[in-house]
Design a protein around this ligand. Structure first.
Ligand code: MG
Ligand code: MG
Length: 257
């Protein structure tokens, strides 16, 4: 069942998303070579709790941390750890905030130091595909139009789209209906109606689209161990517009490359 939000509820999600955006910005200050990914998690958790939020992910189905940190071949759901970021890595930082009864969710993939041009191009294409998908996420179109746009754009560049993991509705629950796949047929899937709030989150691989789950029960990596990128925004559909509720603005202010 899809929960359609009132404009008041969308407003609360936007407040949640503002805390989230600023938490990402705080983390961005520390994303560099030599930093332990567990330190980034600590920064995010402290910032969120200091700003009337609760980390959405911590304790979600037993997830142990406030951030999902996914380095290189890890697609999503990586654990923060003692791993120290090194030159040439890419790192996806995924975070959610729960505030006044509502969740927001967004992710950003950073390059660390000198990243090869082919991997930088993967990051750019994945980020571009998110914004193209958002442009398609308009009242009266269908979920399949969003996924089709993302899929066609990245596959034309020779990349592949992860199928097993998808975007989602979001609101009182972190994951709600509908599923928002990053692939699909034009004109298929649920209609986009006013009051829908969805997280769009392309996961794009340099090599095969196939993934495997590590024995920890969470970490998802590419089957061929080639890198994967991930960007995400939470957006609200209105009759006359689509509003991006989350922001990468604070990341981009604090992280230059
Ligand atoms: Mg996320
Ligand atoms: Mg999500």
């Amino acid at each position: 069942m899809i929960h359609y939000k009132t404009s008041e509820e969308v407003h609360i999600i936007k407040e949640s998303a503002d805390i989230l955006g600023r938490a990402h910005g705080e983390v961005a200050k520390y994303v560099k070579e030599g930093v332990k990914t567990s330190f980034l998690d600590k920064i995010a958790e402290e910032f969120i709790r200091d700003h009337q939020g609760v980390p959405s992910f911590k304790g979600y189905n037993g997830f142990p941390a406030s951030l999902c940190i996914s380095v290189n071949e890890v697609v999503v759901h990586g654990f923060p750890s003692d791993y120290e970021l090194k030159d040439g890595d890419i790192i996806s930082v995924d975070c959610g905030v729960f505030h006044q009864g509502f969740h927001s969710d967004s992710a950003y993939t950073y390059p660390i130091g000198e990243v090869s041009p082919s991997i930088l191009a993967l990051l750019k294409a994945t980020r571009d595909s998110l914004y193209l998908g958002i442009e398609k996420a308009v009242f009266g179109d269908r979920i399949g139009d969003v996924g089709n746009t993302i899929q066609r754009f990245v596959e034309a560049k020779g990349y592949t789209v992860v199928r097993e993991l998808v975007g989602h509705g979001i609101g009182r629950n972190l994951h709600e209906s509908p599923e928002v796949p990053n692939y699909g047929k034009k004109g298929s899937g649920p209609l986009l109606k006013a009051g829908m709030v969805i997280a769009i989150e392309p996961m794009v691989n340099l090599g095969t689209r196939n993934i495997v789950q590590e024995r920890d029960g969470w970490t998802i990596r590419t089957a061929d161990r080639k890198p994967s990128a991930h960007y995400e925004h939470t957006v609200a559909i209105f009759e006359d517009k689509t509003e991006v509720l989350t922001t990468h603005k604070y990341i981009e202010e604090n992280f230059k490359f």
